[in-house]
Design a protein around this ligand. Sequence first.
Ligand code: PEP
Ligand code: MG
Length: 862
Amino acid sequence: MTNLGLPVPPGFTVTTEACQAYLATGREPDGLAEQIAAHLAALERARGKRLGDPGDPLLVSVRSGAKFSMPGMMETVLNVGLNDASVVGLSRQAHGGGGGDRFAWDSYRRLIQMFGKTVCEVPGEEFEHALDEVKRAKGTTNDLDLTADDLRGLVGAYKQIFKAHTDREFPQDPREQLDLAIRAVFASWNAERAVLYRRQERIPADLGTAVNVVAMVFGNLGPDSGTGVAFTRDPATGNQGIYGDYLANAQGEDVVAGIRNTVPLQELERCDKRSYDELLDIMARLERHYLDLCDIEFTIERGKLWMLQTRVGKRTAAAAFVIAGQLVDEGLIDLDEALHRVNGAQLAQLMFPRFQLDHGIEPVATGIGASPGAASGQVVFTSARAVEVAGAGKPVILVRRETNPDDLNGMIAAQGILTSRGGKTSHAAVVARGMGKTCVSGADGIDVDVPRRRFTVAGQTVVEGDVVSIDGTTGKVYLGEVPSTESEVVRYFEGDLDPERSDDALVRAVHRIMTHADGRRRLAVRTNADTGADAARARRFGAEGIGLCRTEHMFLGDRRELVERLILARVDDDRAAALAALLPLQRADFEEIFREMAGLPVTVRLIDPPLHEFLPPLEQLAVDVAVAQERGEDVAKEEALLAAVRRMHEENPMLGLRGVRLGLVIPGLFAMQVRAITEAAVAVTRAGSVARPEIMVPLVGAVQELETVRAEAEKIIAEVVGESGVEVLIGTMIEVPRAALTAGQIAEAAEFFSFGTNDLTQMGWGFSRDDVEGAFFWRYLELGIFGISPFESIDADGVGRLVRIAAEEGRAARPELKLGVCGEHGGDPDSVHFFHRVGLDYISCSPFRVPVARLEAGRAAV
Ligand code: PEP
Ligand code: MG
């Protein structure tokens, strides 16, 4: 902003390199002190004042400033340079506007409070209590009612608090204050909440923060001063207009913390039209400069506007799409750039349901729709309780008067956040929007009583554990659980809304960007689906085939008994009878799926999990048999079952008799499935449709396994296909590390590979996929061994390397080899970009993730 010639108070910046050096060694790098002295001298010359000068002090703010915005996560100290002497000088200088005494002592008490809390870790509540105490004695709740004398007394109380906690006097040397404040900002890079926020937002941990030391300007110099926060467009909807909050006679932290209720920015036009017009002009310039929505912080000091901060603003998912579309219309960016401005996580959010309110359900309170979505859950009042209840699998709504950065854990755990104070720019609102959490802020009809764990609203009392529903779009709060409906975006994907005719700006923007993504992407997008209904939905969502149909899901329900017969069969005839009974059922399943996916490839995987998953659990069965024996019942059948379960018991079933191993060991099982798939394809084709089956063999580790299955399958396929013209491909999953490392050999027997990155991660890391996430991943995350579970996002360096090797060696052996991925990573945005880079042909994910995968595949290609 300084380079643009905007009115920014002068200052200087300590770089992130200095911070990194400090964090690595625990002390300031050589030369830093001298450089700060030189820049401070220049700043003093520019302002014509000296830091902390008793006659007319220069005061500075010391703020963090990281590469990626981390709102409220790091520290700021304002009013550095005030001490027992300079407070008098400040008071004298401020007298021009009247009320100089009050202003100076208020600034001083703020410095001790912020410095104490941030730099010396004095508990913030102690200062709050002391302030409340003075207000109570005065019989007021408004800070502005306190006089200079009250505040002078408060400074005394604050100094005692400071001394009691630090064993030293509040530092009077301005330069010492500055150095300690800079150090505290450096250290705040590693504050718990900052670490957590970075992990959540996937911001690298080693960047460090810069420190901006800037001459203070004051918004608390009287009624012609004030401070505010604004957005150049509405961060909730993307609509153009003036969006911001203003607070007269206040300092910045009052607005951001939502401590006092603000007025809409438009009010400023009434009381200070010149500053208002200048501000609008600056906002337009900033948008043209950054080509994006900007958020700004500003202060007006006695009628003079100062810009304190700007950054490309956080926005809701809906606003991201709408604004990207607008900027294209305004000729500021092109469609490729628009693709960069949105992402799959945002699209996923837009697909969340919304409340269905046609049942005469009335809200009990209305606040500000700070972050959209519809959330219902049990009310909790503390971050710790939110984590606890959510950990037990129950949705929670975190209710607070206002949130502060220490609530981050609870905000992550909660389904939604409800506060009774604060505007669209309060901490709760900013953080919730960034996380995609539903949030209603400033619902001042709610009276929150945290110690008693309850709130009252409209004459009713809601206690911890009661259910409420909050609508982050409208800001409305409802008691009880409100039923919800599908989002417009989902209706668009379902084909129920014509985007060209829709008057919904969001639907039009999504359509436009999705169309561009589809035109750009090189990866095809398939779906993982085991039923006709899932296949049909995925197709409506844009799936171009099925990448994984897990057949084991077809063996549940009443068919379990047939599988049990198959497993228990002692002689070939019994087994053949069980398989013959399963064949028509399987055939019917596949016919339905082929019909839904007419013309598109359908990868059907032969049965994969250990068979004992279809039998009763060993302990339970043993107990049942023992009890029945005790009663003298005839248990011959149950005993046979028990013996079979014992026989098949494995200590490590995921590494045991499963996947291709089943096909090699249980005669006729794979053959039955191959026959059912091929017969279904032939039947669908004969009925005039086009079936494109691809038979996939799971858990292959050696080409010989695949060759054995292939030889048997080819015979059956040849026999069934006859003259029908159906073409059946045979391929394999690459999900065992050995398969990845011998992919060149395996490709000789496979027409396609599909990477099973769930098992590949399990076996690549040696992490049991069913156990580790709850057991110890928290520690790995804490230690930064990984920033996100490798089951969620592909571990590019390790497991990803296996994928890369297999893709390269497989293609080298068979250039026309088709390559895809069907593990959970197929729907994860970062992983999609990785698979694009590796050169796969397609990704496959659950039906609901298909639009996300399409968008991310498009983004990966531009
Ligand atoms: C995989 O392992 O990635 C896979 C898709 O198979 P499943 O999840 O069924 O083991
Ligand atoms: Mg697997």
